[in-house]
Design a protein around this ligand. Structure first.
Ligand SMILES: O=C(O)c1cc(=O)[nH]c(=O)n1[C@@H]1O[C@H](COP(=O)(O)O)[C@@H](O)[C@H]1O
Length: 241
């Protein structure tokens, strides 16, 4: 992955290592805006996340372009369908230049196992969304799950692990328990990241970037704190101040 800090051949610094764990979520309303932000973040070592909005606008067309700019790419389409449909779609997606793709754990064991198998064969990482970070206890009860949020996150993560997924998406608040239950090698990708004092927006289970790393998150998904900033590159580097 490209870096532009330091002189050629120099060791990466602890700051570089933190930036390499950030996935910048390009939730914007045009491919041009996404490309402009990507240009500003190029060479920092962060990942880019293409989500539903950008995918609806431009499909997989930006994947190769961003890849050539040196980014690793998380394609966040949260697949949730019958096993056959998810497997067939996954097969199409892994043939693109993406590095990581997600499915909803709520699709069940068989769906996840089929997705995991395709991931294994292609060398792409497949992870499962547990309980959305926009949901609190009341919302979870509203969809008929009468468990504590953290218990449901762990329940789904263990099922995902058994099905062969590489990791899960959860809140950084659940990461300490998830690490204990799922081990050191399981990827824990955590949205709902908010620097101290910033807008929470529609996120409910939030944590600061620093706390998320301390808890043991593998990757921090950060959208609006970067994309809504006047200077996204500066906002990225300020995350760990
Ligand atoms: O799978 C995801 O990436 C995801 C799962 C989840 O539980 N919560 C969540 O916020 N996300 C995504 O992470 C990003 C968070 O964006 P911000 O709230 O703007 O930082 C969005 O692109 C969401 O779609």
């Amino acid at each position: 992955m490209q870096r532009d800090q330091g002189v050629p051949g120099s060791q990466s610094s602890p700051a570089d290592e933190k930036i390499a764990r950030v996935m910048a979520a390009l939730d914007v309303d045009s491919a041009d805006k996404a490309a402009e932000i990507a240009k500003q973040l190029a060479g920092t070592g962060c990942w880019l996340k293409i989500g539903l909005e950008l995918y609806a606008l431009s499909g997989l067309s930006l994947v190769q372009k961003f890849k050539e700019m040196g980014f690793s790419i998380f394609l966040d389409l949260k697949l949730h369908d019958i096993p056959n449909t998810v497997a067939r779609t996954m097969q199409v997606l892994v043939d693109s230049a993406v590095d990581m793709i997600n499915v909803h754990c709520a699709g069940g064991y068989e769906m996840m196992a089929r997705a995991a198998e395709i991931g294994r064969k292609s060398g792409k990482k497949i992870i499962g969304v547990t309980v959305l970070t926009s949901m609190g206890q009341e919302e979870l009860s509203g969809v008929g799950v009468n468990r504590m949020v953290e218990d449901q996150v762990i329940n789904l993560a263990l099922l995902a692990q058994k099905a062969g997924l590489d990791g899960v998406v959860a809140s950084a608040r659940e990461v300490v328990s998830l690490r204990r239950e799922c081990g050191a090698d399981f990827l824990l990708v955590t949205p709902g990241i908010r620097p101290a004092g910033s807008e929470q927006n529609d996120q409910v289970r939030v944590l600061t970037p620093k706390e998320a790393l301390e808890n043991g998150s593998s990757y921090l998904v950060v959208g609006r704190p970067i994309t809504a900033a006047v200077n996204p590159r500066e906002a990225l580097f300020k995350l760990f101040d």
